[in-house]
Design a protein. Structure first.
Lengths: 254, 320
């Protein structure tokens, strides 16, 4: 089985976000990027399938941030067999453009399974998994929390809500949007990543970013007022503890 | 093209979901702004039996097809696309849920309509526009649709479900759509969640840990505090995905909805998916090192600081 995993850099969720001067995008000049956490789970699920079936795992990323090389080398260090970077200095791309470039690259590769994260925090126009599936005319299942290879395809568990899940048998090839791998993403030592970097087995392909899809225009971005509606407690932890205990008393629980 | 709003409803095991009614309520407002009507699509095996639940719509379009067993990630988007082609609504509203994620993008791709996701509000007063939550709720974006039709994937809470249960004619219309269903995705059945050791929906006090708890070992501190307060520990998704707490402790869109008397959020950022499961708690207290954390937007009380400094202080006071 050949599994392709699509990896997307996203602005580091723990960093403070700032807006560009015209207020229609993030100020990306000093922004740090990390691997989209759902994509990390997609990679883990692929590596679990590799452990179980000997599948070949390739990882794919678009050159939309400086951190992409590091993300791909980390995937190689974790056990991916191949890594391919599509384009360089592409800048931020919407998910339709991303899906188009991924689908173009994967069409000839004909993987049996394409995995990526269920969503990314910066997607205004929707899900890459489903858009790649639509472009390649493949079946898709989003919000997947487990896979199991079976004769004639793959069995997947899709999460609905309130903890309810549904099981599906999906014919291959197929695209899955992974919400959570069966196990937490594996850890890899920095020394292993450095080693992968030194080996330098990164394939690179030239791609040209498609024109942005017309249809949706950002008029204004803003950072919601912190604590809008919340009464903020001032002072150090002792003062905060006093205030919180008082709130608990008033609520009748302390 | 009509001036109508089409709401793609969803249901699980014969029961329409709450967000379906929220979208009908939102659809009623948009239809009034557009001078059109609200149509809803109810698709699935046995859909006809649910048609009378949608009195909030002007027209209930029923596609009752035995091939659409349960939710079909391949069939439902194709049926929705065929209905959009046939009815040419101006606005299509899709719930931003597990089902909606499979439907919205493919529907937009098949009908060549623009898609706007993560919508917390949609407007149709002067062209089509929406307010979207991005970057896990840290950024709000106002967007405008450049054409005159679009698909919107709408977050839970955009309108009141009660307002979407009535107010329309509810005229039922059975729709025959020619849809090719390749049958590459076969539903095998649903699984109900296993009962956990603790029912977090039945607690008066929840001490809820998020990414800020940093490691599995640190959860013990939260457990101690929860015990002292006579409550239990719950968690946001990242903590559960790490395997630090069982799924039965997860609050949010893919977990459980809780309404405790007190919800003490420690290191929970407050992504929209989490807020969906806890915003109706009576008293919400949030502690986070990030003053921008969206949890402060839903909390009643907030403190910006380190939970590891605060928890020992709280324990000392509660235990004495």
């Amino acid at each position: 089985m050949k599994i392709a995993v699509l990896l997307r850099p996203v602005p580091d969720p723990v960093e403070e976000l700032e807006l560009s001067d015209d207020g229609t995008d993030l100020d990306r000049d000093f922004l740090g990027y990390v691997l989209n956490e759902f994509d990390d789970h997609a990679l883990e699920e692929a590596l679990l399938l590799k452990d179980e079936t000997g599948a070949e795992v390739s990882v794919w990323a678009l050159g939309t941030a400086d951190e992409v090389d590091q993300i791909l080398y980390t995937a190689l260090a974790k056990g991916a067999d191949r890594a391919c970077k599509l384009g360089d200095d592409l800048g931020a791309l919407d998910s339709r453009a991303q899906a188009t470039l991924f689908a173009d690259a994967l069409g000839d590769e004909a993987p049996d399974l394409i995995l990526t994260g269920v969503q990314a925090a910066d997607e205004l126009v929707g899900q890459v998994a489903v858009l790649v599936a639509s472009a390649l005319d493949l079946p898709h299942v989003e919000v997947v929390v487990g896979t199991e290879p079976v004769d004639g395809g793959i069995r997947v568990t899709k999460e609905f809500w309130g903890g309810i899940t549904g099981d599906y048998q999906v014919a291959l090839p197929a695209v899955l949007g992974i919400q959570a791998a069966r196990e937490a993403p594996r850890y890899v030592a920095v020394s292993r990543v450095r080693q992968a970097q030194q080996e330098g087995n990164l394939e690179e392909r030239d791609v040209t970013a498609p024109d942005p899809a017309p249809g949706v225009k950002v008029v204004e971005m803003r950072i919601p007022e912190a604590g809008e509606g919340a009464e903020m407690i001032e002072g150090d932890e002792a003062a905060a503890a006093d205030a919180i205990v008082e709130i608990l008393r008033r609520a009748g629980v302390a | 093209m009509s001036d109508n709003v089409l709401v793609i409803t969803e249901h699980l095991e014969g029961e329409p979901t709450e967000i379906s009614f929220e979208l009908i309520a939102l659809g009623r407002r948009l239809a009034a702004e557009l001078g059109g009507q609200v149509e809803v699509l109810v698709a699935g095996d046995g859909a006809a039996a649910m048609a009378d639940r949608f009195g909030g719509a002007d027209t209930v379009l029923v596609v009752d097809d035995a091939r659409l067993d349960g939710f079909d990630p391949e069939g439902h988007p194709r049926v929705a696309a065929a209905v959009v082609e046939a009815r040419t609504p101006k606005v299509v509203l899709v719930p931003y849920t597990s089902e909606g994620m499979d439907v919205a993008s493919e529907l937009a791709a098949r009908t060549n309509l623009p898609l706007v996701s993560y919508c917390k509000d949609v407007r149709a007063t002067d062209g089509l526009a929406a307010t979207c939550q991005l970057y896990a709720g840290k950024i709000e974006a106002d967007v405008e649709v450049e054409g005159d039709r679009a698909v919107f994937a709408v977050l839970s809470g955009a309108a009141s479900a009660a307002d979407g249960m009535g107010g329309g004619a509810g005229t039922v219309e059975t729709v025959d759509v020619e849809v090719d269903l390749p049958g590459r995705v076969q539903a095998l059945g649903f699984t109900q969640p296993e009962a956990g050791d603790v029912d977090i929906t039945a607690q008066d006090v929840l001490v809820v840990v998020g990414r800020g708890i940093e490691s599995e070992d640190n959860i013990a501190e939260a457990e101690e505090l929860a015990e002292a307060l006579g409550g239990a520990v719950a968690a946001s998704r990242p903590v559960v995905d790490q395997g630090w707490l069982p799924k039965t402790r997860q609050v949010g869109k893919s977990g459980l909805t809780v309404k405790p008397k007190v919800y003490l959020a420690l290191g929970v950022s407050g992504a929209p998916e989490h807020v969906e499961g806890m915003r109706d708690a009576a008293t919400i207290i949030a502690v986070n090192t990030d003053p921008q954390a969206p949890i402060f937007g839903v909390a009643h009380y907030g403190w910006v600081g380190d939970l590891f400094d605060l928890v020992p202080e709280l324990l000392e006071r509660v235990e004495s």
